[in-house]
Design a protein around this ligand. Sequence first.
Ligand SMILES: Nc1nc2c(ncn2[C@@H]2O[C@H](COP(=O)(O)OP(=O)(O)OP(=O)(O)O)[C@@H](O)[C@H]2O)c(=O)[nH]1
Ligand SMILES: [Mg+2]
Length: 373
Amino acid sequence: MAKILKSHRLWPAFRLSIWTIKKHGARAPVWTFAFLARHEGATQTTFLAGRMDITELSDRIIAGDRRALARAITLIESGRADHRAQAADLMEALKDTGREAMRIGLSGTPGVGKSTFIESFGMMLTAQGLRVAVLAVDPSSARSGGSILGDKTRMEHLSRDPNAFIRPSPSRSHLGGVARRTRETVALCEAAGFDVVLIETVGVGQSETVVAEMSDLFILLLAPGGGDELQGVKRGIMEMADIILVNKADGDLKPAAMRTRSDYAGALRLLRKRPQDPEGFPKAMTVSALQEDGLQTAWDEMQALVDWRRTERHFAARRAAQARYWFGEEVRQALLARLETAEARALMEDYAARVARGDLTPAVAAAQVLDRV
Ligand SMILES: Nc1nc2c(ncn2[C@@H]2O[C@H](COP(=O)(O)OP(=O)(O)OP(=O)(O)O)[C@@H](O)[C@H]2O)c(=O)[nH]1
Ligand SMILES: [Mg+2]
């Protein structure tokens, strides 16, 4: 009996509940257990406790089992070497499902209405029978833990929609790590049969590039500005955008939103023409996430653009280029990781001292270190 219990997925949650009884009295474990059992992927211990059968996990993901999906994401987010190896096997097992979601990157500065937009836009899509996954790349590890719940309440309806799946950014990691995990999560959601995967990021520089490198479409969300607002957006980010949406085009803000739209439409026309754009793209439009206005038009434009790119083969070419890019990143990250082991650090320290004493030149020392890690 004990053996069966211990092999169960929820055994760690059960054990934690017993511990809480001892510590906090009889009622505490009820909510502890309920919380751990309900919040998919909330704790690594709960879901990674047992030995994982990768074939079974991948079959369940393909069958659309949400719990399996959450469990796989937790596996991907784990830093343990054995979990990394299992995650790699899983990604390999899922790479040929033939399923293809529309991956939409969405960026915008704090407060432009990303969460509100995702809520309204996501609900519109699920109402049309589409399955929508929402992921985030958050470069600042400051926004961890609490913000998950914060955003889930802002996406109140979507987070309860059975056709939607919301997963916050993995925390406690540098952008490179977050990027890899999110990219693999995108692939998982695709294998799980989601039709649209929205990848959100706060507009603070590097993270846009990362999101653009894992999206088929990149959308920049802006707020209505007052005159010289063009300066606020870096040229590099403008160049990545496929569609610019000026949000909050409602009430008193509507005239300002329309001006902002036409300013950006003008600015987009000045950019160098890209081969992956049909006539009229990139495009600037107005929406109101709050009043759910303009969302269908925006979706129509997204589909038109993606359809065109599919027929003109830009879609597949972009994904292939992205695969190359991520391969390079994996190699770079893995090389850097080799320098982070205790052994490598000691070696570096040793060679640094020899360079400092003048026994070796920096270049020769570096070559010797690289030979040995
Ligand atoms: N008038 C108006 N207000 C909006 C609209 N969309 C969002 N807002 C408001 O703008 C504020 C910020 O919206 P959020 O959706 O939280 O913005 P965000 O981009 O997710 O912000 P961060 O998560 O902090 O980066 C909220 O008070 C929203 O109600 C809109 O279409 N019209
Ligand atoms: Mg938000």
